[in-house]
Design a protein around this ligand. Structure first.
Ligand SMILES: Nc1ncnc2c1ncn2[C@@H]1O[C@H](COP(=O)(O)OP(=O)(O)O)[C@@H](O)[C@H]1O
Ligand SMILES: [Mg+2]
Length: 292
């Protein structure tokens, strides 16, 4: 559905996006992960036609897109990182305004607005002025505006940042529902657990470059060597009731460790393991935490 290749973007002498390539199949759910400043927003701004690329190609459904190819953008729904709504209008009026930008007849527009409000859970609050909404409600209203034309590709830029837990759940339910209907998704985040829950493919970016693309299982493999084991002893062993170990695997290495401890006279009462996490994979790949 989307193929991005060799995308570059500089601001002055600073290269924010450096040779970024990735692809998303139809119905795919791609998580775009990276710490602040990695170049995620710049990348998707170019995909959504909000920013010119210096070089590289963006091909959507076989056609090359740029900010000039407006017609192709009807296939994209874009939730920008900053809320983009008219604060003095009600949510319903915002949706009527943004919906009027698409080729929908009035009856169609009305039913799309009801559909979108239902999905984001704002039907009861639709006549309230958006300025009085919480941060999370504004994001949900903005998502409603992004889906009115039922885009084939939905691009969400950090939809849950600064959002209260209730809105976060509502946003997740909405996004999962849209994915079930077959929408293709690009989900930008620096929260590993969100991407783990929603996405079937992950691109990790840092310093303007793609470090790796693959399904969560492949990314998790990159976190091998970081499996932690907590072992409890009773009576305490060498003065400790508990000790943490790092093992290359939870099979032979764990068995060898337990045998060794038994030989040294330790009585093991519990073994707690924590498997590889995407967070750990990220740290291994980039040498830094996902959240600064
Ligand atoms: N319009 C701009 N002018 C100058 N620098 C920019 C501009 N937009 C982004 N940058 C810089 O480019 C880098 C990547 O930014 P961005 O794409 O917003 O990262 P992310 O979304 O991953 O946090 C950052 O260092 C940011 O400061
Ligand atoms: Mg960003």
């Amino acid at each position: 559905m989307l193929e991005v290749s060799g995308l570059n973007k500089s601001f002055g002498s600073f290269q924010a996006v450096n040779g970024v390539s990735f692809s998303v199949p139809k119905g795919g759910k791609l998580g775009l992960l990276g710490p602040n400043g990695a170049g995620k927003t710049t990348t998707i701004s170019m995909i959504c036609g909000a920013l010119h690329a210096d070089s590289g190609q963006i091909v959507l459904n076989g056609a090359q897109i740029s900010p000039e190819t407006h017609a192709l953008r009807k296939d994209i729904g874009y939730l920008p990182q900053e809320v983009a709504l008219i604060m003095e209008l009600s949510c319903a009026d915002n949706l009527r305004f943004f919906g009027s930008l698409y080729d929908l007849n009035p009856a169609e527009l009305k039913s799309r607005i009801d559909w979108a409000l239902q999905i984001v859970g704002l039907i009861d609050k639709k006549d309230q002025v958006v300025r009085t909404y919480s941060g999370g409600m504004k994001r949900r209203a903005n998502l409603a505006a992004a889906i009115l034309h039922r885009p084939a590709l939905l691009v969400l830029d950090e939809p849950t940042v600064g959002v209260d837990p209730q809105s976060r759940n509502a946003l997740f339910d909405a996004i999962e529902g849209l994915c079930r209907e077959g929408m293709t998704l690009i989900y930008t985040s620096h929260y590993m657990e969100e991407v783990e829950r929603l996405c079937d493919d992950i691109v990790i970016m840092d310093h303007g470059k793609v470090i790796v693309q693959g399904p969560p299982s492949k990314i998790l493999e990159l976190a091998r060597g970081e499996r932690r084991v907590k072992i409890s002893f009773d009576p305490p062993y060498e003065g400790a009731a508990e000790r943490d170990f790092e093992l290359p695997d939870l099979g032979p290495s764990l068995a060898a460790l337990l045998n060794d401890l038994a030989q040294k006279g330790a009585t093991v009462t519990a073994v707690q393991t924590s498997g590889a996490t995407l967070e750990q994979a990220f740290l291994n790949l980039t040498g830094r935490e996902l959240r600064d």
